[in-house]
Design a protein around this ligand. Structure first.
Ligand SMILES: NC(=O)c1ccc[n+]([C@@H]2O[C@H](COP(=O)([O-])OP(=O)(O)OC[C@H]3O[C@@H](n4cnc5c(N)ncnc54)[C@H](O)[C@@H]3O)[C@@H](O)[C@H]2O)c1
Length: 376
């Protein structure tokens, strides 16, 4: 059942191993060297309070330095980066040191950022432990942390040479985190020009929580594997998002990041924000004549099946009276190209990148206020 994929991002190889069980620390070091990493000197495991048990499993009886961060998006800050760098220094890591991030997207983005700047670049391995981490965050080399109340304002491109995705870690994943990961999985499915992943997701029971039986595990593994391949190939074509290829991965994200910033980081999960943002992207696509109605209906109905918020005016924006803040956050979005905002909207197959120039000024506001007539 194990699967392995190797991508090349800007001449740097990145090997993804989807497997049942947690890798041991000896296995990680041996694999890292086997696939071309430097002979491993000292290692540092980085985890959060919820993935500490996985870091312990990885270590077994071995005593190696580690750094336990607080959990969640609110910990994705400079203080955590400093804690990792300081733990690396304390543990005596040199440039041949190996940072091993054990956790979801927050731990992997933070550990990867720290590894990328530690002595101008140390070894990096990720053990991804959330669905969102596996289908998205761990692959593709984007690192970073939140700053000035905005998501991922500081970051680098630094692909991990080695990434494990142990399915066993999903056994302890809370329901809300499954849901968050499904948002990114659906996003990748919409990007897929072949439509195969979308079809596969439509055939899944919307509650993959009964993850113990073999069939469910195989279905989830197939979804993760397909998603990894789609994202990996897109990033290979445009590793640093200098073209439009990688920008496609931002489907739903221009809306999602503005929502997350407007209501306060951590108030809505990233995947839920992305799911909501994809429905808004469909509405934008209708208004621009790019997204066929039927395509939008298929996407929206899958998002509804997974019980995501699909109402135009997000209840958190409404409750907190934050639509103005949303528009402000949109203006500061870092997915701008040449000072212009970009939106990604679904086409009949795959997606299209649209510059804000092509969009009437108040169209986005009407979409998120729910005053755009989307019935026609
Ligand atoms: N670098 C990229 O390309 C990229 C892409 C997408 C998202 N991201 C980033 O990823 C982050 C979101 O990732 P996430 O949803 O994995 O968040 P996360 O890392 O905060 O994990 C979500 C929660 O699940 C807990 N958790 C993790 N693994 C667990 C397990 N196996 N069992 C029980 N609990 C577990 C965590 O402690 C946390 O409380 C965001 O910061 C986002 O910006 C990065």
């Amino acid at each position: 059942m194990n699967q392995e994929y190797t991508f090349t991002f800007d001449k740097t190889p990145s090997c993804v191993r989807i497997q049942e069980e947690f890798p041991s620390i000896d296995r990680i070091c041996a694999d890292f060297e086997l696939i071309g990493g430097a002979v491993v000197g000292q290692v540092l495991l980085v985890c959060d309070t919820n993935t500490e048990y996985i870091a312990r499993e990885i270590l077994g009886t071995q005593n190696r330095p580690w750094c336990v961060l607080p959990s969640g998006e609110t910990a994705k800050n400079w203080a955590s980066v400093e804690a990792i760098l300081s733990a690396g220094k304390e543990a005596g890591l040199g440039r041949d040191g190996l940072f091993i991030g054990v956790g979801g997207g927050v731990v992997s983005d933070l550990t990867a950022f720290a590894a990328s700047v530690y002595m101008r670049g140390a070894g990096l391995c990720l053990v991804s432990t959330t669905l969102l981490g596996m289908v998205d965050a761990a692959v593709g080399g984007k690192t970073g942390f939140d700053l000035f109340g905005m998501k991922n304002v500081a970051g680098t491109f630094y692909p991990a040479l080695l990434i494990y995705m142990p399915l066993d870690s999903l056994l302890s994943l809370p329901k809300a985190e499954w849901k968050s990961g499904m948002g990114e999985l659906i996003k990748t499915a919409v990007l897929d020009d072949t439509g195969a992943l979308l079809e596969h997701l439509q055939s899944l029971e919307p509650e993959p929580l009964n993850f113990q039986d073999r069939t469910s595990r195989e279905r989830i593994l197939a979804s993760i594997a397909r998603s990894v391949q789609i994202k990996g190939r897109i990033v290979e074509a445009d590793p640093k998002e200098t073209g439009v290829e990688r920008a496609r991965l931002n489907l739903g994200h221009t809306f999602a990041h503005a929502l997350e910033s407007a209501v306060g980081l951590g108030q809505v999960s990233h995947g839920e924000a992305v799911a909501w943002g994809m429905v808004r992207a469909c509405e934008l696509g209708y208004a621009l004549g790019i997204t066929p109605r039927e395509r939008g209906r298929v996407i929206t109905s899958l998002i509804k099946d997974w019980a995501y918020e699909t109402r135009a005016l997000h209840p958190l924006l409404e409750e907190q009276g934050r639509t103005e803040a949303f528009m402000g956050a949109l203006g500061g979005d870092k997915k701008k190209k040449a000072g212009k905002l970009r939106f990604i909207v679904p086409r009949a197959q795959g997606v299209q990148v649209v510059s804000a120039e092509a969009i009437e000024t108040d169209l986005v506001e009407r979409i998120i206020c729910g005053t755009l007539d989307t019935s026609r």
